[in-house]
Design a protein around this ligand. Structure first.
Ligand code: NAP
Ligand code: L37
Length: 322
């Protein structure tokens, strides 16, 4: 229930309501942070254009098939690229494309000097059997702005953070954690999920930023117990609103990567998007909480743009060196 006396409490972490011990978390806005990142990148691209006569960073998003969710995310990426001045191209291959044809498309783009960033939008929506690993690993590590190839993932897992592209979603989560002002070093961090795109690289990033990290997955024996130990909790499990506020340590930083569509007859679309965290109950326990939508999603897009600009800068450095 909305309560007038709670309104000013949204200002900050320190503002807690005593008496009935109900807290409100500070909202960590991905929309706001992503906007700032994109503004900074637009300035950098403008400088590159002036200095290197019309040069523009190039990004290709390769899609196989026609998933609705992928179409939505890709259109956000193309829009962000246009705002920044990145030359982005969307290549959609039909779902009947063979693995060999996808590989050949990747290898050709690896050779194209105008392409600084190349991502294969996952999951692949293919009618034919397709080895996703083979395809993500075919992307040149120098253009792998998703950071999903085994070369970049291996470097990250060894703590060689400066020599690799960091995967966009976990990198976005780190930016949001930084926004809270809560230091990562020395904290107990818990990650729910161990996928290659979210959970595993999130573990690596937190670890090499000196948190003590626990990773939970579908076989974790007592999820609420693990969650209750987290000073920093990052959730990427794909289970609508599963993490309950009652599990969360008071004052914790809670980053919700989940994007789940649930039926909602009150909407014209008939559905709405929710995270993996039950927002209303988490809001009463967490110190900081990311919303869904408007949290991690926009940061994923902003970090992809950042990686593309970094890659383009590297290619310019190579050009001036030779
Ligand atoms: P995924 O590949 O399906 O991985 C889900 C992970 O969660 C797995 O490691 C799984 O464990 C674990 N898990 C599932 N059910 C669990 C349970 N009941 N208890 C504990 N762990 C459980 O998904 P993903 O690609 O990582 O994506 C996760 C979520 O993030 C999804 O909602 C997705 O839409 C979202 N996402 C958002 C962004 C963004 O930009 N915001 C980007 C990517 C993904 P096992 O390993 O044991 O199966
Ligand atoms: N880089 N990202 C990269 N590579 C991939 O292969 N699958 C994948 C990937 N994932 C991805 O792009 N995810 C993603 C998820 C959500 C958003 C953007 C990208 C996003 O912008 N979400 C909005 C709106 C969600 C909605 O309304 O449906 C948000 O505010 O969360």
């Amino acid at each position: 229930m909305w309560c007038f006396s709670r309104l000013p409490l949204r200002i900050g972490h320190a503002s807690r309501r005593h008496g009935d011990r109900r807290f409100v978390a500070t909202v960590v806005s991905g929309n706001k942070t992503a906007r700032l990142v994109k503004q900074r990148l637009a300035q950098q691209v403008e400088q590159m254009q002036t200095q290197f006569s019309g040069f523009r960073p190039g990004l290709v998003v390769l899609q196989v098939g026609d998933r609705d969710d992928s179409n939505l995310y890709i259109s956000s990426k193309l829009k962000a690229a246009a705002e920044i001045g990145i030359n982005a191209k969307h290549i959609r291959l039909p779902s009947c494309t063979s693995e060999d044809q996808v590989l050949r498309a990747v290898l050709a783009l690896n050779e194209d000097p105008e392409v600084h960033g190349l991502i294969v939008q996952l999951p692949l929506d293919s009618e034919k059997p397709m080895d996703q690993e083979l395809i993500t690993n075919a992307v040149s590590p120098l253009k792998d702005v998703d950071g999903l190839s085994c070369v970049n993932a291996g470097r990250l897992s060894r703590g060689e953070l400066r020599d690799c592209f960091l995967p966009c979603t976990p990198q976005g989560c780190m930016e949001l954690i930084a926004q809270t002002g809560v230091p990562v070093s020395g904290q107990n961090a818990v990650v729910i999920g161990r996928s290659k795109i979210v959970g595993a690289p999130m573990h690596d990033l937190l670890l090499w930023n000196h948190a003590t990290v626990t990773v939970c997955h579908s076989r974790t024996a007592d999820l609420p117990l693990q969650v209750s130990r987290a000073d920093i909790l990052v959730v990427g499990m794909g289970r609508a609103e599963m993490v309950r506020g009652e599990w969360i340590k008071e004052g914790a930083v809670v980053i919700d990567c989940g994007i789940n569509y649930v039926p909602d007859p009150s909407r014209s679309s008939g559905k709405r998007v929710v995270g993996d965290v039950h927002y209303a109950s988490a809001n009463e326990r967490a110190g900081f909480l990311t919303p869904v939508p408007g949290g991690v999603g926009p940061m994923t897009v902003a970090m992809l743009m950042q990686n593309t600009v970094i890659s383009a800068k590297r290619s310019l450095q190579d050009r001036t060196r030779t």
